[in-house]
Design a protein. Structure first.
Length: 488
């Protein structure tokens, strides 16, 4: 059982980012406003028990647009990658990156989302990024929609709730495929598509739920999601036509759920929560809605409006590979009153007594990654790609250096388990660490929740020199890549 296999010679080591967390330049080069530009910074003391600050509602949007609301919007500023990309990419090349995942701001290409012609300045900006990456032999992976959509589509259609947005998305995707066909071979449609049913206003669905009568809100989430599945399948079809040697992936936030005890009630609860998580890949990989979700809909009086060919479109256009993020596992029980709630943001669950937690309460579980990889591969037999993994932590500068051994330990233990999974026979294409350069946190808009190998001197108030500093983990990851994962 101890035989460990090496990572494949062409294994894609690198990092992953998102436009609204790094770029800045939110009003430059003809870019329109996006849903992420509406997310204001809320200090921790005002954040509430779940410690997230991404709520956007109709009133807030109106107040921002009319100038009544005056806040700071870190996702408009990012880390100024819009200007600093040559220097930042140079540092990633120094670490030996084989791949960098970025996302494209849909609103840089179509400022309102539904124009007839794309914005040339936006297209030219990403050409420069791809050229800079390719200069160093770094392959780009592109997410078409990472937790944002043009505000114009939110205002006009209430995002993906309206079927018209499917057409606008496919048009946007096709413009990108044609433009970058010689430069980009790995694409993802929607980042963490499963977060829509949990937090739809601020994910790629762009649905403002207060515009939907309360009793219809859950149905609205599944309807918007159906439109995203269609948009994703149609974009996959176009990609195969326009760039035959390119690969399309879905992207899931894999939340591995354990039952707290051996009580079958707990195990059943965990199974149901895992099904709710894997429901998305079941559709995007197998091409059809699974029975367990149909049962849930009928028990809850939910139903989808579909057109005649929808099922055929889904069936005929599955993804080529499964990309997923993995940060933590979740523990659940059918007896909530008997256990301590998990104190991390985002996820509902109970504390797993066997696992340590991060500064943000996320349960650290490297073996869970091996389990997740094996489970996904057993279920689908499709190539897998870890496109996000990492530790959000506070960093301290001591005499100009950052000794982030906690980050190294987290990454090392996960890479070890990844190697176990590869040795178990899982087909894994690559590993992209989240936020290789510090960036704005998605859930809290903080800068102090840092993931990077490269420190960026900006604080939660947006102040700082913007200087980039190599952390200890920078030199460690460089060694890992150079040795193809043997020197950990
Ligand atoms: C993933 C997202 O959920 O987690 C990223 O795809 C995000 O956008 C990452 O940044 C980490 O979350 P956070 O809230 O720590 O930034």
């Amino acid at each position: 059982m101890n035989q460990l296999k090496s990572f494949p010679a062409n294994f894609l080591w690198g990092g992953a980012t998102a436009a609204n967390q790094i770029e800045g330049g939110f009003d430059l080069g003809g870019k329109g406003l996006s849903s992420a530009d509406m997310v204001a910074y809320v200090p921790k003391s005002e954040r509430g028990a779940n410690n997230i600050s991404i709520e956007v509602d109709s009133q807030r949007i109106q107040d921002i647009l009319s100038g009544v609301f005056q806040g700071r919007f870190p996702k408009r500023e990012g880390i100024d990658f819009y200007h600093s990309y040559p220097q930042d990419i140079h540092l990633m090349a120094e670490m030996g990156f084989k791949m960098l995942r970025i996302s494209i701001h849909w609103s840089r290409i179509f400022p309102n989302g539904d124009e007839k012609q794309p914005n040339e300045a936006g297209l030219a900006f990403y050409d420069k990024i791809f050229d800079e990456l390719l200069k160093y032999g770094i392959q780009p992976m592109v997410t078409l929609c990472h937790y944002e959509i043009p505000l114009g589509l939110v205002q006009k259609y209430n995002g993906f709730l309206h079927r018209a947005v499917v057409t606008h998305f496919v048009n946007y995707a096709e413009v990108l495929f044609k433009r970058y066909k010689d430069k980009v071979k790995y694409w993802l449609t929607f980042n963490e598509i499963n977060m829509v049913t949990m937090h739809s206003p601020y994910t790629g669905a762009g649905v403002i739920l207060d515009r939907v009568p309360k009793a219809q809100r859950e149905n609205a989430k599944y309807q918007a999601l159906h439109h995203q599945f269609l948009a994703s399948a149609l974009a996959t079809k176009s990609l195969h036509k326009i760039i035959p040697d390119a690969r399309m992936g879905c992207m899931l936030a894999r939340m591995l759920h354990y039952g707290l005890t051996a009580d079958p009630e707990d195990q059943r609860e965990a199974q149901w929560r895992n099904q709710q998580n894997l429901f998305y890949t079941d559709i995007q990989v197998r091409g059809e809605y699974p029975n367990y979700i149909r049962r849930y809909w009928s028990a809850n009086n939910l139903s989808l409006q579909k057109q005649r060919d929808d099922d055929i479109i889904l069936k005929q256009n599955p993804v080529d590979f499964i990309a997923f993020s993995y940060y933590m596992s979740v523990c659940v029980t059918a007896h909530k009153d008997q256990s301590k709630p998990m104190d991390g943001n985002f996820i509902e669950g109970v504390r797993n007594p066997y696992l340590p937690i991060s500064d943000w309460g996320w349960q650290i579980d490297p073996i869970g990654l091996r389990i997740a990889l094996n489970d996904l591969y057993d279920r689908y037999q499709k190539p897998l790609f870890i496109v996000e993994n990492g530790l959000g932590a506070y960093d301290k500068i001591e005499k100009g250096k950052i000794h982030d051994d906690y980050r190294i330990n987290y990454l090392r233990s996960h890479i070890c388990q990844m190697q176990e999974a590869v040795s178990d026979g899982v087909e894994l294409l690559g590993y992209l660490a989240w936020g290789p350069i510090d960036l704005v946190s998605m859930s809290t808009s903080e800068m102090s929740k840092r993931y990077g190998f490269i420190f960026v001197d900006i604080d939660d108030e947006g102040k700082g020199s913007r200087q980039r500093i190599r952390k200890d983990s920078f030199f460690w990851y460089k060694k890992v890549i150079a040795s193809n994962g043997t020197d950990l």
